[in-house]
Write a protein that binds this ligand. Structure first.
Ligand code: NAD
Length: 353
């Protein structure tokens, strides 16, 4: 039986398809803008410069200093660039780090954003901005943060190294897994989550076989859109809390941490939400946590926190921080059970549920 729910659709324009980055100029124009600052990380500066050249008069230049976790000092420098060139919008070409910088600028100026994602992180379709100052990460939400236009062009993900494709894909799948049991889930978010998981179930093994398989690249990016969208529309729980704790306090890499934790957090919550997590068991076989563990092993993704440089002593502190502030989770949490969950993830053992 369908129960009560609240649903809010996103106001963003989503453009999907190979070669669609060629429409960037038309979208800048449609937004009523004519002077776009193109953003990227130092790694992707050459791609950003190429895009800027293609935009011609519509480009105000390139700012290529985007950095993981959106440090405020980089944002301040980017704000100077926005002012000095008189930019009237930003174009973010890259993964979650570049999208984060574009959002930080939009949060401060309300400038429109066009995002061209090149990973599967999903930030481009959420109204959420995480920023860091003095090593502390804070998160804000707001309508001005949600990008106006997202151009998903699978051709730009062809160069995403296989290892990053796998961890980034599992990062996206974690948004969908938690959306399935979210407190504020609705029929549309659950449909999108299950479809997003199915897209990655098809595409990640295909990318292992051939990382330049264009069809698999398109399928994975389609999954990223679905998984990112549910991240932006329903609340997350234990999994995201633990990953933020590990990333924020122990500087573990973002996508790898999500990839390793996913089977364990899903396994932990499986007994509390068996019906909601059934789509995962249907897709991956076994029980939800064990099925995801087997899938991640099969594709060769990282499986143990100890391989990220964490020590067992770090797990004591991490379980303390992760249980410090009460937050909603389908299964009640306490320090002892979270410490055990982290131990299992540290060792890389197969979850029972
Ligand atoms: P990233 O953006 O940091 O990218 C990692 C590296 O890969 C960078 O050097 C980047 O330039 C490079 N890269 C990206 N795409 C590439 C491609 N196609 N080919 C070659 N190299 C490529 O990594 P990410 O995992 O996409 O983003 C992580 C960040 O995003 C974190 O700071 C995380 O907190 C944030 N995030 C935010 C949200 C949100 O809703 N606010 C959601 C997800 C992630």
């Amino acid at each position: 039986m369908t129960g009560a729910f609240t649903y809010r659709g996103s106001a963003a324009h989503i453009v999907f398809g190979a070669g669609k980055r060629g429409e960037t100029g038309a979208w800048i124009d449609q937004l009523g803008c004519s002077n776009a600052l193109v953003l990227s990380t130092p790694n992707q500066e050459a791609d950003a410069t190429r895009l800027s050249e293609q935009l011609g008069n519509l480009s105000a230049g390139v700012f290529a200093k985007a950095t993981m976790h959106t440090p405020i000092d980089v944002t301040n420098e980017a704000m100077e660039a926005v002012k000095s060139v008189g930019a009237d919008c930003v174009v973010s070409l890259g993964g979650g780090s570049t999208t984060g910088l574009g959002k930080a600028i939009a949060y401060r100026t309300d400038l429109p954003q066009v995002v061209i994602p090149t990973t599967y992180a999903g930030s481009e379709v959420t109204p959420i901005l995480g920023q860091t100052e003095g090593g502390r990460k804070t998160t804000v939400r707001g309508d001005s943060i949600l990008p106006e236009v997202v151009i998903y062009d699978p051709e730009l993900t062809m160069g995403l190294p296989l290892g990053m494709s796998l961890t980034s894909g599992l990062n996206a799948m974690a948004h969908a897994a938690e959306a399935l049991y979210a407190q504020d889930r609705n029929p549309v978010s659950s449909l999108m989550a299950a479809e997003g998981l199915a897209a990655f179930k098809r595409s990640l093994p295909a990318l292992v076989a051939d990382s330049s398989d264009a069809e698999a690249r398109a399928d994975a990016l389609y999954g990223a859109w679905l998984c990112g969208t549910v991240l932006g529309t329903v609340g997350m729980a234990l999994h995201h809390k633990i990953c933020h704790t590990l990333g924020g306090s122990f500087d573990t890499p973002h996508a790898e941490t999500h990839a390793i934790m996913l089977p364990h957090t899903v396994g932990f919550n499986a007994s509390a939400m068996p019906t909601e997590l059934q789509p995962i068991a249907d897709l991956f076989g076994a029980t939800p946590g064990a099925g995801l563990f087997d899938f991640s092993k099969e594709i060769g993704a990282p499986q143990a926190l100890k391989d990220l440089g964490l020590t067992e002593a770090d797990l004591d502190r991490a379980s303390e921080i992760a249980t410090e502030n009460p937050y909603w989770n389908p299964r009640p949490i306490d320090r002892v059970s979270i410490r055990q969950l982290l131990q299992d993830a540290w060792e890389g053992s197969r979850p029972a549920l």
